[in-house]
Write a protein that binds this ligand. Sequence first.
Ligand SMILES: Cc1cc2nc3c(=O)[nH]c(=O)nc-3n(C[C@H](O)[C@H](O)[C@H](O)COP(=O)(O)O)c2cc1C
Ligand SMILES: *[C@@H]1O[C@H](CO)[C@@H](O)[C@H](O)[C@H]1NC(C)=O
Ligand SMILES: *[C@@H]1O[C@H](CO)[C@@H](O)[C@H](O)[C@H]1NC(C)=O
Ligand SMILES: *[C@@H]1O[C@H](CO)[C@@H](O)[C@H](O)[C@H]1NC(C)=O
Ligand SMILES: *[C@@H]1O[C@H](CO)[C@@H](O)[C@H](O)[C@H]1NC(C)=O
Ligand SMILES: *[C@@H]1O[C@H](CO)[C@@H](O)[C@H](O)[C@H]1NC(C)=O
Ligand SMILES: *[C@@H]1O[C@H](CO)[C@@H](O)[C@H](O)[C@H]1NC(C)=O
Length: 398
Amino acid sequence: MRLTYLVLLGSALAARPFLSEPDTGIEDVLGDTPNGTLANLTQLVGLPDFQWAARRYLPPANYTYYINGVAGEWSARNNLEVYYRYTWRPRQLVDITRIPDTLQTTFLGYNFSVPFYISPCAKAFDGNKDGELGLVKGAAKNDVLYISSSYSSLTVEEIFGAAEQNQTMFRQIYLNGNITYDEALIRRVEKAGAKALIWTVDSNAGSNRQRADRYGVGSQSLFSDKAQLFTWDYYEKLRSLTQLPIALKGIQSVQTIREAAEHKVPAVIVSNHGGRSLDGAPSPLEVLLEIHEESPELVNQIDIWADGGVRYGGDILKLLALGAKGVGIGRPFMFGNMYGTDGVDRVIQILKKELITDAGNVGIPTLQDISPDYVSAVTYPLTPAPPPAQLLVQLVSK
Ligand SMILES: Cc1cc2nc3c(=O)[nH]c(=O)nc-3n(C[C@H](O)[C@H](O)[C@H](O)COP(=O)(O)O)c2cc1C
Ligand SMILES: *[C@@H]1O[C@H](CO)[C@@H](O)[C@H](O)[C@H]1NC(C)=O
Ligand SMILES: *[C@@H]1O[C@H](CO)[C@@H](O)[C@H](O)[C@H]1NC(C)=O
Ligand SMILES: *[C@@H]1O[C@H](CO)[C@@H](O)[C@H](O)[C@H]1NC(C)=O
Ligand SMILES: *[C@@H]1O[C@H](CO)[C@@H](O)[C@H](O)[C@H]1NC(C)=O
Ligand SMILES: *[C@@H]1O[C@H](CO)[C@@H](O)[C@H](O)[C@H]1NC(C)=O
Ligand SMILES: *[C@@H]1O[C@H](CO)[C@@H](O)[C@H](O)[C@H]1NC(C)=O
């Protein structure tokens, strides 16, 4: 019996190795790209290709910093896989000609061309000597929102100084817990020109990043030894310091979203930090499903954005279907930025085209018509997710 269990688990694992880069033949076409060089940008046809290119091009420590997740990386993997456990419920014979003209949206009152945006990721120098410049310029060129990281390689002044005159950008912040210090930080960000603050609250206790630790590129040491004290009181204090809207990033439960709505937070970002903070934290899709089941009215009370594992236009559409108003993408933009503005532009073009195509095949007249009705409530576990290694040991020893 025990043995059967082990064999079954073994074959389940063998049957479905986890592939963060699905095999769509890139190796056949670009496989002779020499290590340490960038693959031909115009031959990258999907977002996973940018990860392939990064693995070829970047030194292992740089690549590892970008790719790693926390602990056993179960949340990081689940973020990618969860989209395929929920199928579409497409409709046919629908007039889909208007979709391309309905991608525009607003974030906190500012207009943007698409409902997806560039999530804040630290350390652009790890992929490009120009740091965040390609992200700023690629965003400007396409009227896409860029939220720069508190731990950007360039200074906040350099990033906002590179913006086009009519470009709106937001700024992610980590705080210290010393209100004097934090007020100074907020003043600096205001002065640089950010139109909103995005306070990340999903890693107040730090994180244990094993893959990255091997290369000495693990989580930044805690910004503050007072971060554990961050509560709603601190949020209210911050709000009294600035006119800028303060959104919260890294929300992972219906309960906290409900509290955020009560506190009149303008927007929350449902995110598990790309699986880099708490292993076992739910994917954005799972949280949105829970909102839909428990408190569907919440999506009308507070703007909900979401990020994590988005690699295709269809992933964006699924999060929008379940109530997200905006969808963030992290790693693929950092890999796009290896090529500077052109790479960031290409990631945007690919996503935009996929979003239009998938919306058409799902069969909605306009992007605003997407709703939970188009996502199947039936889940299709491809095979059971591989259990953590400890569980295997427990099963065997029982
Ligand atoms: C290399 C890297 C650095 C990141 N740095 C930050 C950061 O400084 N602040 C933050 O709020 N989130 C940070 N994140 C999380 C992203 O904002 C976003 O939540 C995540 O990347 C989304 O998942 P995806 O990479 O699968 O798209 C980082 C993510 C990565 C991959
Ligand atoms: C690149 O490096 C990998 C890992 O060392 C190796 O397997 C592969 O053959 C190399 N490819 C080329 C084109 O040199
Ligand atoms: C890059 O790809 C494009 C499109 O396939 C091709 O026209 C071009 O010649 C390629 N460039 C190089 C340097 O291989
Ligand atoms: C935003 O878009 C709306 C609708 O297209 C338009 O009426 C409004 O003027 C735009 N706002 C700005 C600041 O461009
Ligand atoms: C790797 O990261 C280091 C540190 O940020 C940086 O100096 C170097 O240029 C990066 N390498 C590449 C190829 O981007
Ligand atoms: C900013 O100006 C450029 C050039 O005129 C234009 O293409 C772009 O759409 C404008 N963006 C916004 C957000 O108004
Ligand atoms: C708080 O920050 C201010 C400004 O950086 C500093 O002068 C002060 O010493 C800090 N207070 C404490 C208790 O650390």
